[in-house]
Design a protein around this ligand. Structure first.
Ligand code: DAH
Length: 336
């Protein structure tokens, strides 16, 4: 009996897992046929009551000692399991965190938003028009009638006989005039499309159209507005200058240069040593266009301008190769 108990204690001490320990328990203390349990069951067969009591006491002691050893071993094994688990799941808060790649807005998106914000401060409302536009709105109503040679300069994607992918945001002028009449001030950023694809041209690009109509609007208003715009976007020292140009929908028409923000006007590679950068087309809205929009040119006058967003992004972020704008090189996109 004592040697059975001694074996039990040895095996309990040697058990390395909870399953093994349970097997040892069943072997020695199992309800029906545990090796120690059997001694207890056989007590009834001892005839002498004195001897039976003594024997019973011994069996009980051995069973209790074994049960206690089992319990202690179980607690120790469970603690070891828990410790190992904690080791596996340990979090080292002093380790550097993995670098997260956060997305950012595309430089062109930022330009569109920034220009809209600048003009919002001057009281301009945001306007938009469809990218699939009627030929009539894209051309005819902005004074580029069918057969007019100027249409040829805007390599057009035709959808069908009546519709095109808009080649410019200028049709938004007409839509806005028809919808809101005069006076009004709008800024209309959006996608435009032309059949061009080379180092400096993409088939899809963005323009921002501006339109201001009221009584007595003058060229001076246009100049002041664009000067404010150039300074807001490119810094307080920017100047602008007008050069005569020709657009069908404005009269007079101008191209607008801003003083080079790279060299401050002294001349550098970016401005091809002229000190000036061409950025906008602009002019006083042609009376025919006002009339096409349902506005009386005898009462109202207005100015309009159109600017390429990619060009502004290129200038603002000083990007030498314009193709980078749409090549999705993350090094370029992260600059924003
Ligand atoms: N629509 C012209 C273009 O795509 C840009 C432009 C020039 C817009 C003069 C205007 C403007 O509103 O007044 O080349």
């Amino acid at each position: 009996m004592h040697s059975v108990a001694a074996h039990a204690l040895d095996e309990i001490a040697g058990a390395t897992g909870l399953d093994g320990l349970e097997a040892v328990r069943a072997l020695y203390l199992g309800r029906g046929d545990g090796l120690l349990t059997i001694f207890r069951k056989q007590l009834g067969a001892v005839v002498d009551p004195q001897a039976r009591r003594q024997l019973g006491q011994t069996v009980n002691e051995l069973c209790e000692r074994t049960a206690k050893a089992l319990e202690e071993r179980r607690a120790a094994l469970e603690a070891a399991v828990r410790t190992r688990q904690l080791e596996i799941e340990a979090l080292d808060l002093t380790r550097p965190a993995p670098r997260l790649c956060r997305g950012s807005l595309h430089p062109v998106t930022k330009i569109l938003r920034e220009v809209r914000r600048i003009f919002a401060q001057l009281g301009y409302s945001a306007a938009s028009g469809p990218e699939i536009e009627y030929d009539r709105y894209n051309f005819t109503l902005v004074n580029m009638p069918p057969g007019h040679p100027s249409r040829e300069t805007q390599a057009t994607f035709f959808i069908d006989e009546w519709r095109v992918l808009r080649t410019q945001t200028s049709p938004v002028q007409i839509r806005s005039m028809i919808q809101h009449g005069a006076p009004q001030r709008i800024i209309a950023p959006g996608k435009t499309f032309r059949r061009d694809y080379d180092a400096t041209h993409f088939p899809m690009f963005h323009q921002i159209e501006g339109l201001c109509i009221d009584e007595g609007v003058s060229l001076g208003d246009l100049k002041g507005t664009l000067e404010y715009f150039a300074r807001s976007l490119f810094g307080p020292d920017r100047g602008i200058r007008f050069r005569p140009h020709h657009f069908e929908f404005t009269e007079p028409s101008l191209e607008v240069d801003i003083s080079c923000m790279v060299c401050g006007g002294d001349g550098c590679k970016t401005c091809k040593h002229s000190g000036w950068l061409e950025v906008l087309g602009a002019g006083m809205v042609h009376p025919i266009v006002l009339r096409n929009g349902g506005i009386d040119p005898e009462i109202y006058s207005g100015f309009a301008f159109g600017v390429g967003a990619e060009r502004l992004a290129q200038l603002l972020y000083v990007i030498e190769d314009g193709r980078l704008v749409y090549e999705n090189d993350v090094r370029y996109l992260r600059q924003g």
